[in-house]
Design a protein around this ligand. Structure first.
Ligand code: ZN
Length: 678
């Protein structure tokens, strides 16, 4: 890896341990606090828990009437936590409003895309522009920060909860138009960028612009509008986060602040939002089945962890996970033995310095009363799940050496929100089935199977000067949109000796979702040495093939018809009218190589192809060993000691030769091997 190893400080200053705990709602148990709260402290310690997240959704308990705060219960619980050496992840309560606010100030209620106004209820049902909502937020957050600034339990600020959705009210429309005037210097420029001459959509005045709606301008006509609306919504959340954190930052500057993200949630560009966070945190809910399907689920969960870590390139927090069943799934499957430890160590392996749950104690009512919890309705430590959690607690306590360690990666895979927004709007190719995320995960998985640590980055990082220098391999499946600076950075990366892999559907549109002229893949045509003339969409039952090096690999769904210009043809299509035309090419450019995979393939092709790419590029593997199928190895290091995590996602046992001996892994088993760093 071409960057120095970094040892980061613990997330909570003065707490040099992996954090273990979860969301805790003592406000739901105030009636029985004398017994329940004290029992909770005993059970937490017994489970090896050292942190609890409190105050999420507690606004009605904290401010039962406008301007009248009740902090007594929170004082008591934070004091109890401090007495029991529990670090508090203290939340601002803004994820859901108390009823008095909706009644007194209807402007705080959200307006939907169809322009209907919501009633009070649910969560995240508020307008981010509303001056009233912002004022109330500042008031309660300031009161919290002033009251608890010196409290010994305070470790991390947790802002709101799972930001999401969007608001289309008149206040937000005004703000959207103001935002657009910062993006475009004139209405003419906007019209040209959005190609509004199409279907007579040309805007004659800024005031005529409205947010997308299924009853008006939407994804059917102006793609640029939809794209800017998603960018605007992201900026709304960034701005609201900064608004919310301002009093916390002023009063408690040394307490880190975060809000919990949700993997590849499509509504917010997390690379942008992460810039505002001190530490990234996220909520991970893999849909484990207890069968061989869990290998694919494991690869996807690893991808999401790597993406989350890469947002800031440093250790993150696993803010929520389920210790067993997940209530909101159609099938709330129990975790099989071993799976809880596996998913917990998997997060740590990819850079999490915490393992946290939703939830610590199951509530008696509401939609989450059957969601997995450390403490069940039965109420004691006798449950299977409690014992699973206690096992994780004991295991994490042995891993203090991992805190703050680095996750070095020679390989980066690209995942980009703006690109996804554009690709999912486009009408052509495979409408509604472009499966951008699935394509990215499939390419990622080929590295995961080989135990090659991987970062997941977006165009904003690629375009950052010098950022790509740290990698040996850059993989960008379906790089449909090329934002400014991206093609140039990739070309420089290749010329300097990097290996770049691109696929079908690359280089079609610019940052405004306007197609490039002069042949796809647009500004990457010279880098890749190909011209993509047409793209063929296949019916689900259709098959073509890539014939490469004496073997035949299935090609499905999308087959691009390309011309090798300066590139060398390695593989060709096997059938249809384009049989014999190039399907796999390499362009040698400067010191490096740029590969092009023209069709969507199965995992067999990707495994073979990326096996060769890894060997040829010298990209580092976590373990110099052949891993059994369904087992991955990941590494964290402080520069002196490597912690190699072996993770078995098979429902059957597996063994791994580490060089120093054989490690036997149980079904869904795990091991952590320490070694001196070479
Ligand atoms: Zn609004």
């Amino acid at each position: 890896m071409n960057r120095p190893i970094v040892r980061h400080a613990p997330i909570v200053p003065g707490v040099p341990h992996l954090l273990h705990g979860g969301d805790y709602n003592p406000d739901q148990w105030r009636a029985s606090k004398e017994t329940t709260w004290k029992e909770d402290m005993r059970l937490a310690r017994l489970a090896g828990i050292n942190t609890l997240s409190v105050g999420i959704f507690a606004w009605a308990a904290l401010e039962p009437e406008e301007g009248r705060y009740e902090f007594g219960w929170l004082d008591e619980i934070l004091d109890l936590m401090a007495e029991n050496d529990l670090t508090a992840v203290l939340a601002t309560p803004t994820g859901a409003r108390p009823g008095w606010m909706s009644r007194a100030y209807p402007e705080v209620l959200r307006v939907n895309r169809d322009r209907t106004k919501n009633r009070h209820g649910g969560r995240h049902n508020h307008c981010l522009t509303s001056p009233v909502y912002r004022e109330k937020t500042t008031a309660v957050n300031t009161a919290l920060a002033e009251r608890y600034q010196d409290h010994p339990a305070l470790g991390v600020w947790h802002l709101s909860n799972e930001y999401g959705g969007e608001c289309h009210c008149d206040l937000c429309q005004e703000r959207f138009r103001a935002y657009l005037q910062t993006r475009f210097s004139s209405l003419d420029e906007l019209n040209e960028s959005w190609w509004t001459a199409f279907w007579a959509k040309t805007y004659g005045d800024w005031s005529h612009i409205e947010s997308p709606s299924e009853h008006g301008h939407g994804e059917q006509d102006i793609h640029g509008l939809q794209l800017e609306w998603m960018r605007f919504t992201t900026e709304q959340f960034v701005d609201f986060y900064e608004h919310e954190t301002a009093p916390l930052k002023a009063i408690t500057p040394d307490v880190p602040r975060t809000t919990n993200l949700m993997g590849t949630y499509p509504g917010i560009d997390y690379y942008r939002l992460a810039q505002a966070l001190d530490v990234v945190s996220w909520d991970s809910y893999p849909e484990w089945t207890g069968t061989g399907k869990d290998v694919a689920k494991g690869a996807r969960a690893s991808f999401l962890h790597d993406l989350t870590r890469s947002l800031k390139g440093k250790p993150f927090m696993l803010m929520e996970s389920s210790p067993s069943a997940t209530n909101w799934r159609p099938v709330a499957k129990l975790h099989r033995p071993g799976v809880h430890l596996l998913q917990s160590l998997q997060a740590v392996a990819h850079g999490s310095d915490t393992v946290q749950y939703f939830q610590f104690r199951k509530g008696r009512g509401g939609s989450e009363k059957f969601h997995g919890a450390v403490v069940d309705h039965e109420g004691t430590e006798r449950t299977r799940v409690f014992q699973d959690v206690a096992e994780v607690g004991a295991r994490l306590a042995e891993l203090d050496g991992v805190v703050g360690t680095d996750t070095p990666a020679d390989v980066a895979v690209v995942y980009d929100w703006h690109l996804r927004w554009a690709l999912e709007d486009q009408k052509g190719m495979l409408q509604g089935r472009t499966d951008y995320e699935g394509a990215v995960v499939a390419h990622y998985r080929a590295f995961w199977e080989q135990g090659v640590p991987t970062d997941v980055i977006d165009s904003s990082l690629i375009a950052r000067p010098g950022y790509l220098d740290r990698y040996k391999v850059l993989v960008a499946p379906m790089l449909y949109m090329l934002r400014p600076g991206v093609a140039e950075a990739i070309d420089a990366f290749v010329r300097r000796g990097g290996t770049f892999v691109a696929t079908y559907a690359t280089g079609y549109v610019d940052e405004h979702d306007r197609t490039f002229l002069g042949g796809f893949p647009g500004p990457l045509r010279e880098t890749l040495g190909i011209w993509a003339e047409e793209i063929d969409a296949l019916y689900p039952e259709d098959r073509n093939s890539i014939e490469w090096d004496g073997a035949s690999y299935e090609a499905v769904e999308l087959c691009e018809l390309i011309h090798a210009e300066t590139a060398e043809t390695l593989g060709a299509y096997g059938s249809d009218f384009y049989a014999g035309r190039p399907a796999l090419t390499v362009n040698r450019r400067g010191e490096g190589r740029a590969y092009f995979v023209a069709a969507r393939t199965g995992d067999d092709f990707l495994a073979e192809f990326y096996g060769r790419v890894v060997a040829e590029s010298g990209a580092e593997r976590a373990l110099d060993a052949d891993l059994p199928a369904g087992v991955t190895a990941q590494v964290r290091t402080d520069g002196t000691t490597d912690f190699v995590f072996l993770l078995n996602f098979n429902p059957a046992a597996a063994s791994v030769e580490t060089g120093g001996g054989t490690v036997e892994l149980a079904p869904f088993g795990t091991a952590v091997v320490e070694r001196a760093r070479a």
